[in-house]
Design a protein around this ligand. Structure first.
Ligand SMILES: [Ca+2]
Ligand SMILES: [Ca+2]
Length: 225
């Protein structure tokens, strides 16, 4: 995974919690608590089949909370004591549901291409994870974004840029993408849609846009360049 975060910022990413707590005492590098799950169910709830049920150090210690605990207000508060950011799988922010018209308990091939994949699923309303994390001062980096048609829920209409636009609109601070060029192009489109003056940034490095408190810095466009 490649991180498209603020320019020049080192990141240490961990699925476990104990080593992050240790690192907190040893380094000033930004620490990110990753939050995994095994899969997403037909109805959009997340599946926590082991070993993707909880941080490994919790399993070893006998702690029963699932990964999902880490994105509850209590879990985020705990994370904020030892990390700078949270890295939830994107389905914690926007999940998807399948269709089971034939009632066999399995998702159907809605688009009729002979396979059942993410392109047959539709989006559910966003959760409050980004907002809740920001309230506690945690940044949010989510993953993994990809271009393949089979990985894009039907709502994105086959255009990966639509997925980034949704997550940028929800306020995520960074994304991990297998296609960083797409992530960046989508970021530029998003920034221009928020403020057309950002287009100036494309033609003059380090230009300043706007005036006074509305002045915006172009540098990096908030990206890893
Ligand atoms: Ca079915
Ligand atoms: Ca299909």
């Amino acid at each position: 995974m490649r991180c498209a975060g603020p320019a020049g910022t080192a990141r240490t990413l961990r699925f476990e919690t104990a080593n992050l707590k240790y690192l907190r005492t040893r380094t000033r590098v930004k620490l990110v608590q990753l939050v995994d799950a095994n899969d997403v169910n037909l109805d959009g709830s997340l599946d926590f089949t082991p070993p993707f049920d909880r941080p490994y150090d919790w399993t070893k210690a006998g702690r029963k909370d699932l990964f999902s605990y880490l994105v509850t207000p209590q879990g985020l508060a705990e994370v904020s004591t030892y990390a700078d950011g949270i890295g939830p799988w994107k389905r914690y922010i926007v999940s998807t549901k399948g269709t089971d018209a034939d009632g066999d308990g399995q998702a159907d091939d809605v688009n009729g291409d002979g396979v059942v994949d993410e392109a047959d699923r539709t989006l559910l309303p966003p959760t409050s994870v980004v907002e809740d994390a920001h309230r506690l001062g945690l940044f949010v980096h989510t993953w993994t974004f990809r271009n393949e048609q089979r990985r894009l829920p039907a709502d994105y209409k086959g255009n990966p840029v639509n997925e980034y636009q949704q997550f940028y609109g929800l306020g995520v601070d960074g994304v991990f993408s297998d296609f960083p060029d797409t992530a960046r192009a989508a970021r530029i489109l998003f920034l221009i849609s928020e403020n057309p003056d950002y287009a100036k940034c494309l033609v003059g490095a380090n230009a300043h846009v706007g005036h006074g408190k509305h002045q915006l810095r172009c540098k990096g466009l908030g990206w890893d360049d």
